[in-house]
Design a binder for this molecule. Structure first.
Ligand SMILES: Cc1ncc(C[n+]2csc(CCOP(=O)(O)OP(=O)(O)O)c2C)c(N)n1
Length: 275
């Protein structure tokens, strides 16, 4: 079933606002990872506005769904969505990577509410998520656990140790989303140390593997619905474009590191507004 027109317009508007916030943070901080952040905007927007059962005013609500952002270098995207959803005050975004600010370049769970785990060293989120999901199952709790990983991150061996364990523990409450943009920090995962055939690998480990377009809300909706209905742990392999939404950043490795100058920012904002 597809999203109603007004829900679609709402989601597109939110995603655009999130992209604008990311670009402004990247410009003010002169920090890296703008491409990595733009890649996951639509996934995070979908999660925070359609999927996750959370209470923005009570981030430690005991019946909440857990969301773990394992690709911690995508921090700006999570901060922007948390602000958009009303979990954190939008004013905090100005303090991103500033000495007097509260938002660091990589995720720190003690920085602001709504960050479930600290992350930055890649390859740990899934192991932590397996532990949380197992603990919830042991206590017969209905909370669900979601973890977002990069595709380059899936070249870490620790990911596959956790991937072997989740089906053994029957973690049907666990969903992984892989941001499959085929660019990590040094090139294309498919050309460096390839993990293809990717969906088949997860299936062979005992997972429900669903492929989706990570920039299409209808596609994400059917993928999350299938994951929710499965009795297995699920992985949503979401095809994305690094730098999505800004034509001169899309699928360009350099935007993993490049600084967003004032000129880049005004060109990007013009493009976002369709000018
Ligand atoms: C254990 C570890 N090794 C290396 C790095 C350096 N590093 C930061 S981001 C990145 C690339 C990650 O690529 P991917 O998971 O595809 O995420 P994307 O940038 O596409 O969002 C690397 C290698 C790290 N943070 N942690």
């Amino acid at each position: 079933m597809s999203l109603k027109t007004e829900q679609m317009v709402f989601a597109i508007h939110k995603a655009m606002s999130v992209r604008e916030k990311i670009l402004k943070m990247a410009n003010r901080s002169k920090g890296a990872h703008v491409g990595s952040c733009l890649s996951v905007v639509d996934i995070l927007t979908y999660l925070y506005f359609k999927e996750l059962r959370i209470r923005p005013e009570d981030t430690l609500w005991e019946d909440r769904d857990y969301f773990l952002m394992s690709k911690g270098h995508g921090a700006m995207a999570l901060y922007a969505v948390l602000a958009e959803r009303g979990v954190i005050d939008e004013k905090l975004l100005k303090g991103y990577m500033q000495e007097d600010g509260t938002l660091p370049a990589h995720l720190d769970r003690f920085s602001v509410p709504g960050i479930e785990v600290s992350a930055g060293a890649l390859g740990h989120g899934l192991s932590i998520a397996v532990g949380i999901a197992h603990g919830l199952k042991l206590r017969s709790k209905k909370n669900r656990v979601f973890v977002l990983m990069g595709d380059g991150e899936c070249q870490e061996g620790s990911v596959w140790e956790a991937a072997m364990l989740a089906p053994k523990l029957k973690l049907s409450n666990l969903t992984v989303i892989v941001d499959l943009n085929d660019l990590q920090g040094y090139g294309r995962p498919s050309e460096l140390v390839s993990f293809y055939p990717f969906a088949e690998k997860w299936k062979a480990f005992g997972w429900e593997a669903v492929e989706a377009d990570g920039h299409n809300f209808d596609s994400l909706r059917s993928a999350f619905t299938r994951a929710d209905r499965s009795s297995l742990p699920s992985v949503i392999i979401a095809k994305t474009v690094k730098g999505k939404g800004i034509s001169f950043m899309e699928d360009e490795l350099k935007w993993h590191y490049f600084i967003v100058t004032d000129e880049h920012l005004s060109a990007a904002l013009m493009e976002l507004k369709g000018a």
